[in-house]
Design a protein around this ligand. Sequence first.
Ligand SMILES: *[C@@H]1O[C@H](CO)[C@@H](O)[C@H](O)[C@H]1NC(C)=O
Ligand SMILES: *[C@@H]1O[C@H](CO)[C@@H](O)[C@H](O)[C@H]1NC(C)=O
Length: 729
Amino acid sequence: LLLLMPMLLLLLLLGAASSRCLHEETQKAMHLLSPPLSQHPSNARSYLTHPDSQAPQPLRIQTYHLGDPVSDGAWGSEGDGARGLTRALAAAEEAAQRLRGVLAVPPVQGPLLLSRDPEEYCHALWGDPNSPNYHRCSLLNPGYRGESCLGIKIPDAHLRGYALWPEQGPPQMVQQEGAGVQNADFLLYVRVAHTSKCHQEASVIAYAACCQLDSDDRPLAGTIVYCARHLASSRLSHDDIVMVTLHELLHALGFSSHLFKKWRDCPSGPAVRGHCSTRRQVMRPDERGHLLLTTPAVSHSLAKHLGVLGGSVGVPLEEEGPLSSHWEARLLQGSIMTAAFNGAQRTRLDPITLAAFEDSGWYHVNHRAAEELLWGQGSGLQFGLVTTCGTGSSDFFCTGSGLGCHFLHLDKGRCSTHPELEGCRMYMPLANGSECWKQENGLPAGAENLPGEIYHPQSRCFLANLTSQLLPGDEAVPPSQIPHEVGEELTGRCYLHQCTERGMYKVLVAGSHWTPCPPGKAIQIPRYSGLLLCPRGRLCRAKEDSNTIPSPPASLPTQDLLLQLSFQLAGPPGPSLGKVEREELTEAVLQALVSRGGTSRCYFRSPRMTTSLVFTVHMWRPPGCPGPAAGVLHRDLMLSLQRRPLEVYCRGASFTSEDSKLLVTSDQNHSATHLHLSLGLCLTLLILMGALGSMAYQKRATLRVGPLAPHHSQELQGTRGPAGEMREV
Ligand SMILES: *[C@@H]1O[C@H](CO)[C@@H](O)[C@H](O)[C@H]1NC(C)=O
Ligand SMILES: *[C@@H]1O[C@H](CO)[C@@H](O)[C@H](O)[C@H]1NC(C)=O
């Protein structure tokens, strides 16, 4: 369950203040079905052909939508319903795709078939132990309506058959075995509805539950219900819905108090069946009665995050009743598995959550896919306690109710609290227009902008009290508007930033020029009075974010592909840019791409820009670079650029990527004979260039890219049509 944070509640939802967890409640009501013993893999043929282990493969989540009559018109028109479903399905696909780069399992052999519950379809069993059909169904339940999963009726095609057994002899099939679902390790049923749960708690965006397990107790199927009214509203962006889906999917895949007790201890890894046992202890209460998740990877990961040696003893869970399926928000603010949703931009698929999936024993986890969690990093074991958060010992927390910056510096914030913080206060994004990275939050052109703010994808929040200083003799401004020399308080302001090297950056205030901003220092800006504080340890953190791109490796990576992304930029009319300007623009475009991809800079190398504003960059994932496979990022960026062009602000002008001129140049050729050639072979692409009514054709040589090893990235299969074109799956 994800709840909107209270500040959004105020906007969106009337009277919904409670933050009770629906996942807990829905999962509790679920009967978790496992295959009957006779279908355990120890008896199955596939097990015999793979006696001991199966190499983990990326988790294949198949999503299904089954016609769900849109209920009662309580929300919006039919058009809204269809739009909501489209949004939900797109988000579910994207979340599933993203998890392929994170979780791997020994793949399900053959089609995935779900189980039927004998207690549902069968009224009586043969009770004589000497009967050949002992314990088989002797009498059907006439009221049996099939299997369902959180309100979704599972189609017979996804289910095993069932039979009625005479006292002796062969069974009489009532329902044949379904065809099952090919290429699936998990089935996700998707439903968009205005359910009573949505109705009762207006802040609930979605909820999910797991309904079936495999013979190792790994979740096999679940349902996500999206509350229709949230999908019909434009408050939530596509990225928000993807993030909400990811949260719910992670519940259904194992991050749930009802599944914690089924987690397995697999010392030899999840691929080696038979060497695992159910974990003895997953949760325990601490001395104050707070529940902790105590498994080894999770504890180790938290200790590393807090910068303490020797390991922590467990990760606190949110207090939400006798059980809990979320991290404690005071400690892990910004993690995808806290109970309240605070927008996709402020949510991370963090290392501690991924550690939990490792501890489940069901998954092989790609820890490089983890996103850095800034909150509390290196703050020690006392961090995030109700007893320490108000003492001023950590600048992640605040006191009072002043204005400042949210800890990620993407937003302005007000010092406030919400129920999960249990009295602790932090700078929370304002209800309206606090995002520095949203251009539309800026003042309309021509409006007075004394603090010189710039709202832009590359803008960040800085504590400042800058005011335009009027130069002597500037008579265009009436004296009444000349700022008084009163010490204005520092507040959150939005200014453009640019990383220069690891941890270092410069800032741009409107009408001034780029000024270096040494972390921890207060700086002055030419033409402005007042100060700007440069935050320490919050911006341009990863070395990947800096300009210092490592030189390409001598030996090319075998585990990832080298891809190329190329597109045309449209800029203001005028003479073509000089070399220096193009370099600046190249850098700005690269930063915008990194920010759009939500990943590290380490994926990108050799960015360049032609005089005709064709931007090209190579992509691959070097070892140690956190995030999804380069192919996944490449595809996501392509789709994203098609949906929404990149907008870059450079030297006072705005440049936009043109999606019709997005050049797809990655190519996958599995033939080994081409491997040696693949890097040197150039293809010629024709780009249609339309300029001021005249058409020009430009020939461009682009690097032809192929897989660098015979075993190509599995996850790229199926995302690509026969012609090497990307398409959405
Ligand atoms: C947010 O602020 C803008 C500009 O001040 C205003 O037009 C808009 O109505 C506000 N929205 C809400 C929901 O308050
Ligand atoms: C800005 O803030 C600093 C530090 O609080 C203060 O000394 C200074 O007077 C303020 N300047 C302006 C112009 O408000």
